[in-house]
Design a protein around this ligand. Sequence first.
Ligand SMILES: O=C(O)CCC(=O)C(=O)O
Length: 301
Amino acid sequence: MSGQDLSQFHQPINDLFVSLATEQAREQWKLSEAQMTFFHEHGYVVGPKILTDRQLKQLRMELETLTEPNHPGSEFWYEYNSNESPDPTRILFHALGAWRMTPAFHDVLWNVAFTTPAAQLLGGAVRFWHDQLFCKPAMHGGVVAWHQDYSYWTRTKPMAHLTCWIGLDDSTIDNGCLHYVPGSHHWDLLPITGLAGDMDAIKNVLNSAQWRQFQRHVPVELKAGECVFHHPLTIHGSFENRTQNPRRAVVINSILDGVRSESDEPLLAGIPVIPAGQALGGQFFPMLYNPAATSLSPSAD
Ligand SMILES: O=C(O)CCC(=O)C(=O)O
């Protein structure tokens, strides 16, 4: 069923999120020096609560429509897996491209509460790479196996990428919150061992020192609307949802402006090629925030 492709709009459509703010107003969203140090040391850092209850409610409502396979605009997904897990009794809903279909998933990209810390962690202008939805239904939600995000993104260079994971529900050890291997962002890039299904597959590609470090992985429990940022090499994964409620999340993957295509194939399914060597930009990779642009008007591409 056809809908409007919201990727043609490079600023928010509604006023649910604040997208423009003075430097002074952005202060409240900035990570402290201690948080920045923690990120550089451990490869992840818990950020602020970046969604209000009203925003959460709207995102959850839109998510419900997006999980119906033939909803309006479903032709715009880059990837859509009602269950990415190989086990039909363990469900992992995983989809890329929601920003093109519904207003809140579109507008959340420009949320100052996200763009401000993202610019600090990237060290400059924040450009959009893609979004992801990860949802584990009540009682039988599947795992997200241990991985490094950049192993899926080597078609873009240099590695100057950032992931922001935002809970749409409280995430806990019991419902399958994220776990990180602190310090693993200093490791080399490991081979892909699969995204859904096998939590043990990672063992096959770790050396003995990495295996020892891996066993010290830590859970990050968050309240709904809170976020955690991680480095593109930080090993992370999440276990099953064993609770009576869903565990849903939206992920914003961003890049430092200037990251280039490394491929003459489409970088995401169904979009035009950005030839190798050319910086990402245009309709599908909008600028989200450029701290060097002083104006309060929306930034141009
Ligand atoms: O939501 C999850 O459990 C996994 C998220 C993830 O792997 C990611 O954000 O890269």
